[in-house]
Design a protein around this ligand. Structure first.
Ligand SMILES: NC(=O)c1ccc[n+]([C@@H]2O[C@H](COP(=O)([O-])OP(=O)(O)OC[C@H]3O[C@@H](n4cnc5c(N)ncnc54)[C@H](OP(=O)(O)O)[C@@H]3O)[C@@H](O)[C@H]2O)c1
Length: 227
C-alpha cells in the first residue's frame, strides 16, 4: 500500500462501498488515471468478482486497507450505515461524503429527518477528525459515465463541493475536475444542505453558472454564520 500523501493531485482513491455508486466511481477514477482500492464491509474475496467486472483494474481490499492506502477516500455506503465507519482510521484523511438520506430505499431514519443539520454535518460529528467534503451525492451513478466531458466543453456539467477544510476542498475539487466535471467551491460543510435530495441542485443537471446561482440563492436562506 502507498503511504498517504498530502497533495492536490492524489494518486490513489479508496472507495468504501462496492455497490452501484462505489463501482461507478471506481470505474471513472480508473479512467481518470487513478489507482483505485475498493472495499465493502467484509472479506475482499466477496467483492473480487464484482470489482473485476464493474471496475477492471481496481483492487478489492479490506476497508482498513482502502482507508490506509488511499490519498482520498469516498464514502459510498448507505447513510444508515455511517456509524459502522472507523473514526480513528479516517482521522486526518480527506474523505468524500457521497451519501444521501433516501428514505425510499434506506427506510425512515427519524434521528436524521428531525435533525436540523445537513447529513454531512451529522457524519462529520461522528468522524470528528476526518476532513469531510460533501460531493458526488448529487449525480446519478450512471451519469458519472454519461455526463463527464473535457475541461472547457461548453455547458460542461458541474458538481458542488462543500467542506470546512479548505485544503481538503481543493483536493476534492481537483478530483472532480479529473473525473470530468467542473468543480464548484460551495464553501463550508453546512452548505452541503443545498446539495441534498429535494434541492434544485440535486434534482437537475447544471453547469458552473447554474450551480453558482443556486448556491447563492441557498446561502441567502441560511444563517449568517454559514454565509
Ligand atoms: N443511486 C445513486 O445514483 C446515488 C448517487 C449518489 C449517491 N448515492 C448514495 O451513495 C450511497 C451508496 O449507494 P449505492 O446505491 O451504491 O448503495 P448499494 O448499492 O446498496 O451499495 C452499498 C455498499 O456499501 C457497502 N458498505 C456498507 N457498509 C460499509 C462499510 N462500513 N464499509 C465499507 N463498505 C460498506 C456495502 O457492502 P456490504 O454488502 O459488505 O454491506 C455495499 O457494497 C448511498 O448513501 C446513496 O444514497 C446514490
Amino acid at each position: 500500500m502507498s503511504a498517504p500523501v498530502e497533495s492536490t493531485s492524489p494518486t490513489t482513491v479508496g472507495v468504501l462501498g462496492a455497490g452501484r455508486v462505489g463501482t461507478a466511481v471506481a470505474r471513472q477514477a480508473l479512467r481518470a488515471g487513478y489507482r483505485v482500492l475498493v472495499a465493502a464491509s467484509g472479506d475482499p474475496a466477496d467483492i473480487a468478482l464484482i470489482v473485476e467486472v464493474m471496475a477492471p483494474g481496481a483492487l478489492a481490499v479490506t476497508a482498513a486497507d482502502a482507508v490506509r492506502g488511499a490519498d482520498v477516500i469516498i464514502l459510498s455506503i448507505p447513510l444508515r450505515k455511517f456509524d459502522t465507519l472507523d473514526p480513528d482510521a479516517l482521522a486526518g484523511r480527506v474523505v468524500v461524503d457521497a451519501m444521501n438520506y433516501w428514505a425510499e430505499t434506506d427506510g425512515a431514519m427519524p434521528a436524521l429527518h428531525d435533525d436540523a443539520r445537513s447529513t454531512s454535518e451529522i457524519v462529520q460529528a461522528f468522524l470528528p477528525g476526518a476532513r469531510l467534503v460533501k460531493t458526488l451525492n448529487h449525480i446519478g451513478y450512471h451519469e458519472l459515465e454519461t455526463d463527464h466531458s473535457p475541461a472547457g466543453t461548453p455547458g460542461r456539467r458541474a458538481l458542488a463541493v462543500a467542506g470546512d477544510d479548505a485544503d481538503a476542498r481543493a483536493v476534492v475539487l481537483d478530483l472532480i475536475e479529473r473525473l470530468g466535471f467542473d468543480g464548484v467551491d460551495a464553501g463550508p460543510l453546512a452548505a452541503g444542505a443545498a446539495l441534498e435530495p429535494g434541492t434544485a441542485i440535486f434534482n437537475g443537471r447544471h453547469d458552473r453558472t447554474g450551480i453558482e446561482a443556486l448556491l447563492a440563492r441557498a446561502a441567502e436562506q441560511l444563517s449568517p454564520a454559514v454565509r
